[in-house]
Ligand binder design. Structure first.
Ligand code: NAP
Length: 488
């Protein structure tokens, strides 16, 4: 490792604008999932350090909340420029610790940076309203105030974008932040901290606290000075964090799991629908909360769809993300491989057709060859659980009411995809699908300008768009009376 990579790859945490180690040099090894080789170590901070970070963020909040929105925006823009300037290094670091193919990592860097620019622009738009008073002598209105110190816990599947999507909004709103990145991917977060430091966020506005999520959440949830908790990860951990946040009544934003239906009606171009399904299933090697988890295809197209999907899937190259030809990288750890195999075995035992290449041909212990589970049904685990792996479950349907009922038969409600060109059907799907986001004839549904989030047990709140900043703002109502002035 040399030059730029060396400068951005930090093995220390970033607290109060400075770089710190854990006591007794307590560190956690981080491995490249493609090779299982250790690539570096991140400090395993103790509760006292988390408290130091809370102190720093609380002190910084006093100043940051009163900093002009223009200055806040300028720092976010400088940070954005830094990400652009070092985009290739950030992408390579991400592929090294997360495993995703380099082309996807480059796409994520761009996507992640876009949130900093978007929220720099939104910083000016934390607007209140004026309310017509019942007594015209009064002035009544609202202002938007930053919530306070925000604790942010992020997952490993999008090691940069899940941070900037939250932090950009929080800093633009005037909040200060404590980030706890997933233990598997601390170095992308720490590289972001190097660039934050260069952008002038050096007073504790942005802290990266490396330690287990459990330790971090226990400390921040117990501390009344932390006023917001934003989490992206599994529904199971989200439920626990909501319980932990209750004692200090925090503002919570939860981006949790999904079980996205991908519905292909009988009036579509088969090749276009297969293209969409392949992309919606296999991006990030299937480790994506908006991945198509259940693909429903109209019976009239079903066998042709399966055949074409299998051809496309079997042509995908699997291997180390640094090889530009590879489209599917490693999964995050061996547990993920075991889970993927268990889902496929369960479906096979319950009567599904399993299509795909032999797992013995996988290029390493953390790779899973993409697999198609045809004819899945509701008895199978693939129907209920997020695969978070390149396992595509497909079944046939006969009519729209039946497929809507099947699509909604889940605790989740994050994304849905519908392929049809019939306007009346589109309106029906939009009305009746229980989810926060719907892609119609496209799977490309993300970006800084869209309100990303789910309903049901997929979460609370939205990220991106103006709605993303609302999570970090409170409404303050004012009423200016018009009593008589004292006599001079
Ligand atoms: P996870 O186990 O919930 O882990 C995510 C993060 O939570 C990690 O940083 C982890 O920290 C932390 N964590 C784990 N246990 C914790 C605890 N007891 N208290 C506090 N934090 C804790 O999720 P995952 O399986 O790694 O990630 C995949 C899940 O995230 C999927 O369900 C996926 O759908 C969801 N996801 C949702 C979105 C969205 O926007 N809706 C986006 C991406 C992913 P450690 O490092 O200590 O493990």
């Amino acid at each position: 490792m040399e030059g730029d990579e060396k400068a951005l790859m930090r093995e220390q945490a970033f607290v109060g604008g400075g770089w710190i180690d854990a006591p007794d040099n307590d560190r956690r090894a981080v491995s490249d999932p493609a090779t299982e080789q250790v690539i570096g170590h991140a400090p395993e901070l103790q509760s006292t350090h988390i408290e130091e970070a809370i102190n720093a963020a609380s002190r910084a909040f006093v100043t940051w909340r009163c900093t002009s929105c223009v200055e806040r925006a300028n720092k976010l823009l400088a940070w954005y420029e830094g990400m652009q300037e070092h985009a290739e290094t950030l992408a390579r670091l991400m592929t090294l610790e997360q495993g995703k193919p380099l082309a996807e990592a480059r796409g994520e860097v761009d996507y992640a940076a876009s949130f900093l620019r978007w929220f720099a622009e939104e910083a000016r738009r934390a607007t209140g309203e004026t309310i017509p008073p019942e007594d015209p002598a009064f002035a009544i209105g609202t202002t938007r105030q930053p919530v306070g110190v925000a604790a942010i816990i992020t997952p490993w599947n999008f090691p940069l974008a899940m941070i900037t999507r939250k932090v950009g909004a929080a800093l633009a709103a005037g909040c200060t932040t404590l980030i706890n990145p997933a233990s598997q991917t601390p170095f992308s977060a720490l590289a972001l901290a190097v660039l934050a430091e260069r952008a002038g966020l050096t007073n504790g506005e942005f802290n990266v606290v490396t330690c287990s999520g459990k330790r971090f959440s226990e400390t921040v949830c117990a501390d009344d000075r932390v006023r917001a908790l934003s989490f992206t990860g599994s529904t199971q951990v989200g439920r626990q964090l909501l319980r932990q946040s209750a004692d200090t009544v925090k503002c919570t934003a939860m981006e949790l799991g999904g079980n996205a239906p991908f519905i292909v009606c009988d009036d579509v171009d088969l090749e276009t629908a297969v293209d969409g399904a392949i992309a919606a299933k296999f991006q990030t090697s299937g480790q994506d909360c908006v991945a198509a988890n259940r693909i429903f295809v109209h019976r009239s197209l079903y066998e042709d769809f399966l055949k074409r999907f299998a051809e496309r899937m079997n042509a995908m190259s699997v291997g180390n993300g640094f090889n530009e030809d590879n489209e599917i990288g490693p999964l995050i750890n061996r547990d993920a491989i075991e889970k993927a195999q268990a889902l496929v075995d369960d479906a096979r035992n319950k009567g599904a057709r399993i299509i795909g290449r032999d797992q013995d041909g996988a290029p390493g212990p953390q790779f899973f060859m993409p697999t198609l589970v045809a004819d899945f049904n509701t008895e199978m685990r693939v129907s209920v659980e997020e695969a978070f792996a390149p396992v595509a479950a497909i079944c046939a349907f006969d009519d729209d009411d039946e497929v809507i009922m099947a699509a909604n038969d889940t605790i989740y409600g994050l994304a849905s995809y519908v392929y049809t060109h019939d306007d009346a059907r589109i309106r029906k799907f939009l009305r009746e699908l229980e989810c926060g986001m719907v892609g119609v004839n496209t799977m490309d549904i993300t970006g800084p300008h869209v309100p990303f989030g789910g309903v049901k047990q997929s979460g609370l709140g939205r990220e991106g768009a103006h709605a993303g900043m609302e999570e970090y703002l409170e409404t303050q109502y004012y009423c200016i009376g018009n009593g008589p002035r004292p006599e001079r």
